[in-house]
Design a protein around this ligand. Structure first.
Ligand code: NAP
Length: 223
């Protein structure tokens, strides 16, 4: 099965929670580069976040499965969740190169700031040999930051560092977590199944509200 995929988008993220911004980004990049598939890879222990500063991997993984279910080009991988220790993109790319083989071209897609952090880490040349990086930015992101911070590396590898501006990335996981905590609606920001998953499992301080035996989402008018 892996061998049939020639161009693979690797959508790396903590996905705490996954939202429509992530889904629109993945689909936009898939269309732009004609990718055969986009593999969502939820992080295990994020490199730059304190232990306990994020939701358990099993919940983030389940929400990613629910959100991607209806797109035939989207799949979810557990490679980062199952690898012990801190998640580093170099390990993600090595694992996926081994799984898919040398004929599959990898496109690592994530937020522009995360890409800056990844490429500022050790051995960026090795990372750029393994994949093309696609930096997703929110509208208004100052692109000169990428050029300035990566300097010579950016100039030498321009063809391997792409940027896509995605208006829907104005949606953010931080804002969604805060909305849930404050009892504000998250409808239309995340797929409905993800919203139900959050409420059913009490994530982000969500409190369940059962009306006539049905789980009610915060902000929903009572039936
Ligand atoms: P983050 O710091 O939580 O996110 C940085 C920004 O990028 C946020 O605005 C975030 O928005 C956005 N973002 C995150 N994932 C995205 C995606 N797939 N597409 C579009 N925007 C995205 O970063 P993170 O989610 O923990 O990590 C992102 C990826 O980079 C992961 O695969 C992680 O393992 C990798 N990473 C690797 C290293 C390393 O190897 N040294 C260091 C840092 C990150 P939301 O909050 O709304 O998602």
């Amino acid at each position: 099965m892996f061998r049939q995929v020639r161009t693979l988008g690797v959508m790396g993220g903590t996905f705490d929670p996954i939202h429509y911004g992530h889904l629109v980004t993945a689909e936009a990049v898939r269309a732009e580069y004609g990718l055969d598939q986009v593999l969502f890879v939820p992080t295990g222990q994020p490199a730059h976040k304190p232990a306990g500063g994020y939701t358990e991997a099993k919940h983030r993984y389940m929400m990613t499965i629910l959100a991607t279910l209806t797109n035939p080009h989207f799949e979810v991988s557990r490679v980062d969740i199952e690898r012990p220790g801190t998640t580093y993109t170099i390990d993600t790319l090595h694992d996926l190169s081994t799984l898919y083989g040398p004929d599959t071209q990898l496109y690592f897609i994530t937020g522009a700031d995360a890409i800056l952090e990844i490429l500022a880490w050790k051995n960026p040349e090795e990372l750029l040999r393994l994949c093309t990086f696609v930096a997703a930015t929110r509208p208004g992101y100052d692109l000169s930051r990428l050029e300035q911070q990566l300097g010579d590396l950016y100039r030498r590898h321009k063809d391997r560092i792409k940027v896509v501006e995605v208006p829907a990335m104005a949606i953010s996981s931080t804002d969604i977590r805060q909305r849930v905590r404050l009892g504000r609606p998250i409808r239309y920001l995340v797929p409905e199944t993800v919203a139900y998953y959050i409420y059913k499992n009490g994530l982000y301080g969500a409190t369940q509200m059962i009306v006539d035996g049905n789980l009610q989402l915060q902000g929903d008018p009572p039936c």
